[in-house]
Design a protein around this ligand. Structure first.
Ligand code: NAD
Length: 543
C-alpha cells in the first residue's frame, strides 16, 4: 500500500578518496588488501539466496601475480541455470508487486554500504582480482557503482511521475510494469561498477534477474552480491550464476521466460547472443529487450591548433590507464604533421616515465592485463606491428608473463591509416598513431569516420572554434560519447550518459533514464467516470 507520493532527493556524484600518503583511507585500504590476500575463499553460485556449490571448479588468480590464488570458483551449468530460473520466477510473484519505493530503499542502502563499510572491500577485491590501481578502483568500484545505484533510483522515481493527460470525465494513467519473465545480465571483466549495474538496474524496476559475471572479475562481483544481501535484497530477485559463457548462456536463452538481456562485453559475444535470441524467438512468451554495450576503437584527433601539452596528457591517460582495458580507451590517433615533432617529443617523454607493476605498490600507474588470453591477444598485435613494413614501434613493445601478465605501454606509428591496429579493438595498452598532412585535414576526418566499425568514444583537440564546430559535425556518427579538448575516457553517471552506436552497441546509455526505460513495460489505463448509456451518435438524429 502506498499512501503518499514519495520523492527521492537528487543525488550527488560520490566524491573520490585520494589515497595520498598519510591519509587514513590509504592505511585502511592497505589493511584490507592484506586481509583479502591472506585467504583463499570459495565462490559459490547464489541461487534463491542460497550458496550452491558445483563439481565444476576453477582457480581465481591475481593477474599481476598469477601464482597467487584468491578463490575457488564454482561454475554453473544447465542444472543451476534451471534452478535459478525457477527461483527467479517464484521471487517475481512478490517482487513485481512490491511498491517501487520499497524496492528502491534496498538499493539506496546498497549504495551507502558501497561507499561506507564495504568501500575497502569493493576497492581491494577489484585491485587484486582485476589488477587496478587504487585510483582506478576507487573511481568505479566505489564511486561509479554507488552513482549507478543512487541515480537509477532517482530516474525511476521520475519515470513513475510521468503521467498522461486526462480530459474531463476520464482518468488516464500509465503504470510502469516490470517485464514478464526474467532478465539475463551478462557482465564484462573490466568494471566492477558495470557488473553491479547490469543486474541491479532491471531489478530496481521490479524485474527478476539471472546475473552471469565474467569469470575474470568474479572475485569483486561476488563481494557485491554479498553486499546486496546485506542491503536486504530478497532471495531469488538476483541470482548469481557464474560460469563459462555458453555453459550458462545457452540454457538461459532457451527458456520461454527469457524477457531481456542486459549485456556489456565484446562484439563477437553480443552477436552470438543476438543470433541465439533470434533463433529462439518463437519460444519466448514476450519479445525480449536486447540491450548491449560492446567494443570500441576510440580515437583522439588533433587539429594543428591543439595545445600539445594538453593533448599529450589526455592521450596518455586515455590510452594507458587500466592498461588500456576500458571500452573507451584511446587506441588510434590522428596528428597533423606540423605539430607531430613537438607532440612526439612530449608524449614519448611522458610515456617513458610510466611505472608498471604490482598494484599494491601505490607508486605504480599501471598493473597487469587481465588474463593469459588477453596477454596472448595483445602481444599478438604487438608482434604483428614489429614485423610490418608500414609500421614501427616507437615506445614500449616489450612484455613479460613470468610473474604477472605485464605489457609495456606501447606506441605504434604507422604510415597506413588502415593498418590493422588502427581498425581492430586490441583492449590493451597499445596506441597507434597516424600522422596526416595538415592540408589533408578533411580527408583525415573522413578516415577517422570510416576506418573502424565501432562508434563508442572519440576526442578532438583544437583551439579554433570554427574548426571545433566542423569536426563535431563531420564526426557526428563516429562516437556516442564525444569529447572536446578532453580525454575520451572517464564518463560519469548523470553527467555523460554512456554508450555508442554502430558496432559499439544499442546505445541505451547506462547511467541514464534512457536505460531505465528499457526495463519497464508500460500499461496505459483509461477509466471513464460516466460511461455513455446509448450507442447512437447525435448525427444519426432525424432532421
Ligand atoms: P567478453 O565478450 O569476453 O565477455 C563478456 C561476458 O559475456 C562475460 O561474462 C562472458 O563470460 C560472457 N559470455 C561469453 N560468451 C557467452 C555466451 N555464449 N553466453 C552467455 N555469456 C557469454 O568481454 P570481456 O573481455 O569480459 O570485456 C571486454 C569487452 O567489453 C571489450 O570489447 C569492451 O570494449 C567491452 N566493454 C564495453 C563497454 C561499453 O559500455 N560499451 C564497457 C565495458 C566493456
Amino acid at each position: 500500500m502506498s499512501n503518499a507520493y514519495f520523492n527521492i532527493q537528487e543525488p550527488k556524484n560520490e566524491p573520490y578518496n585520494s589515497y595520498a600518503p598519510g591519509t587514513p583511507e590509504r592505511e585502511s585500504l592497505k589493511k584490507r588488501l592484506k586481509e583479502l590476500k591472506s585467504e583463499v575463499i570459495e565462490i559459490p553460485a547464489i541461487i534463491n539466496g542460497k550458496e550452491v556449490r558445483t563439481e565444476n571448479t576453477s582457480d581465481v588468480v591475481m593477474p599481476h601475480n598469477h601464482g597467487h590464488k584468491l578463490a575457488t570458483l564454482h561454475q554453473c551449468g544447465e542444472k543451476e541455470v534451471n534452478m535459478a530460473i525457477e527461483a527467479a520466477l517464484e521471487a517475481q510473484k512478490k517482487w513485481a508487486v512490491m511498491p517501487w519505493e520499497e524496492r528502491v530503499a534496498i538499493f539506496q542502502k546498497a549504495a551507502d554500504l558501497v561507499t561506507g563499510p564495504w568501500r575497502d572491500t569493493m576497492n581491494a577485491s577489484t585491485m587484486l582480482g582485476q589488477s587496478k590501481t587504487p585510483q582506478q578502483a576507487e573511481i568505479e568500484a566505489a564511486g561509479e557503482l554507488a552513482d549507478f545505484l543512487r541515480f537509477n533510483a532517482w530516474y525511476l522515481a521520475k519515470i513513475m511521475n510521468e503521467q498522461p493527460y486526462s480530459p474531463d470525465g476520464v482518468w488516464n494513467r500509465v503504470e510502469y510494469r516490470p517485464l514478464e519473465g526474467f532478465i539475463f545480465a551478462v557482465s564484462p571483466f573490466n568494471f566492477t561498477a558495470i557488473a553491479g549495474n547490469l543486474p541491479t538496474s532491471p531489478a530496481m524496476c521490479g524485474n527478476v534477474v539471472l546475473w552471469k559475471p565474467s569469470t575474470d572479475s568474479v572475485y569483486s562481483n561476488y563481494f557485491f552480491m554479498k553486499l546486496l544481501k546485506e542491503a536486504g535484497l530478497p532471495d531469488g530477485v538476483i541470482n548469481f550464476v557464474p560460469g563459462r559463457g555458453a555453459g550458462v548462456g545457452d540454457p538461459v536463452l532457451n527458456s520461454e521466460h527469457f524477457s531481456g538481456i542486459h549485456y556489456t562485453g565484446s562484439v563477437p559475444t553480443f552477436n552470438h547472443l543476438w543470433k541465439t535470441i533470434g533463433k529462439n524467438i518463437d519460444k519466448y512468451k514476450t519479445y525480449p529487450r536486447v540491450v548491449g554495450e560492446t567494443g570500441g576503437k576510440d580515437f583522439v584527433f588533433a587539429h594543428n591548433s591543439a595545445d600539445i601539452d594538453e593533448l599529450a596528457i589526455a592521450t596518455l591517460r586515455a590510452a594507458y590507464e587500466y592498461q588500456g582495458q576500458k571500452c573507451s580507451a584511446a587506441s588510434r590517433m590522428y596528428v597533423p604533421e606540423s605539430i607531430w615533432p613537438g607532440f612526439r617529443e612530449k608524449f614519448l617523454g611522458e610515456v617513458g616515465k610510466i611505472k608498471m607493476g604490482d598494484v599494491e605498490d601505490f607508486t605504480n600507474f599501471m598493473g597487469a592485463v587481465i588474463s593469459r588470453k588477453a596477454f596472448d591477444d595483445i602481444t599478438g598485435y604487438i608482434d604483428y606491428a614489429k614485423e610490418a613494413e608500414d609500421a614501427e614501434i616507437i615506445a614500449g613493445g616489450n612484455y613479460d608473463d613470468s610473474v604477472g601478465f605485464f605489457v609495456e605501454p606501447t606506441v605504434i606509428l604507422t604510415t597506413n591509416p588502415k593498418f590493422k591496429t588502427m581498425e581492430e579493438e586490441i583492449f590493451g595498452p597499445v596506441l597507434t598513431i597516424y600522422v596526416y598532412k595538415d592540408e589533408k585535414f578533411d580527408d583525415a576526418l573522413d578516415l577517422c569516420d570510416n576506418t573502424s566499425p565501432f562508434a563508442l568514444t572519440g576526442a578532438i583537440f583544437a583551439k579554433d572554434r570554427y574548426v571545433i564546430k566542423k569536426m563535431s559535425d563531420r564526426l557526428r556518427q563516429t562516437a556516442g560519447n564525444f569529447y572536446i579538448n578532453e580525454k575520451p575516457t572517464g564518463a560519469i553517471v548523470n553527467q555523460q550518459p554512456f554508450g555508442g552506436a554502430r558496432k559499439s552497441g544499442t546505445n541505451d546509455k547506462a547511467g541514464s533514464i534512457i536505460n531505465m526505460l528499457r526495463w519497464l513495460s508500460a500499461r496505459a489505463i483509461k477509466e471513464v467516470t460516466v460511461p455513455p448509456k446509448d450507442w447512437r451518435y447525435p448525427y444519426m438524429g432525424e432532421e
